[in-house]
Write a protein that binds this ligand. Sequence first.
Ligand SMILES: C[S@@+](CC[C@H](N)C(=O)[O-])C[C@H]1O[C@@H](n2cnc3c(N)ncnc32)[C@H](O)[C@@H]1O
Length: 311
Amino acid sequence: MIEFLIPFFWLVLFILVLSIIWRNNARKYISSGTVASAYDAWTQDKLLERLWGEHIHLGFYSSGKNNIDFREAKVQFVHELVKWSGLNKLPKGSRVLDVGCGIGGSSRILAKYYGFNVTGITISPAQVKRARELTPQGLNCNFQVMDALNLRFEDGSFDAIWSVEAGAHMNDKKKFADEMLRTLRPGGYLALADWNSRDFREYPPSFVEKLVIKQLLEQWVHPHFTSINEFDNILRNNKNSAGQVISENWNFYTNPSWYDSIIEGIRRPLTILNLGPSALVKSVREIPTILLMNWAFRKGLMEFGVYKCRG
Ligand SMILES: C[S@@+](CC[C@H](N)C(=O)[O-])C[C@H]1O[C@@H](n2cnc3c(N)ncnc32)[C@H](O)[C@@H]1O
């Protein structure tokens, strides 16, 4: 009997040690500085870029199934959001601000395919450096280190504001909206996508859901999530928005990304293995968070919100 229990004991111990390492190495939000250092580290170790390509956001799967490549789905996402938000109605040369631009994946598409004059800003200096390296000369696309909560641009400087999966890292969602809408010219277009929680005022989370949300916040430097309704209201009540805000939940189209983001490592194993053993450990370390995200988005505890409005 004891012999039978020994492997079980080791397995439990192994899982326990892994969980402690996972918890102790969480990336808790303290300030925008912690977001900057997390993205600096994610950029410098090259793991995220090797695995997910130049877009740090979910993909768009029109059928709600994993029927296209993860990287293709990310590019598709950009085109779908452009179409849905009406940005494609803007003429070439329009000035677009990409708020929380990562390493510039969306910015380059907006400049290359739509002919826009794009400025991308991110809180991470390493991302700006990498975004510049990845941008071919002659493309109308420039990048700057800047805090989205304190944009150093004049009022009404842009014909469109674009922001994908950045707001969840910011503690003051109202200031985030204020700054975007202040720098948008009257009549300009706002296109935004973000991770949201279910509306907890209407449907309070259970004990288990609270534990899950705590992990989702603490593992990937998120201060707190708002619901789609709450952020829709923030935009609607802003003095610089034309008032008509349209928001939708795109969980159906984006959920396949979660499994795909794990499968990507299996599909292209050398992209990780070539970076050495520590990269393998680091990528395995993210799997529990990705699985929790997948669970939360599938159960509707988390929602993928998209928003459009005019300045
Ligand atoms: C999940 S990534 C998305 C990157 C990019 N939008 C994309 O789709 O590839 C989140 C981005 O938001 C940026 N970010 C977070 N908080 C920020 C802040 N306060 N000011 C500027 N950028 C911020 C991060 O530096 C990162 O580039």
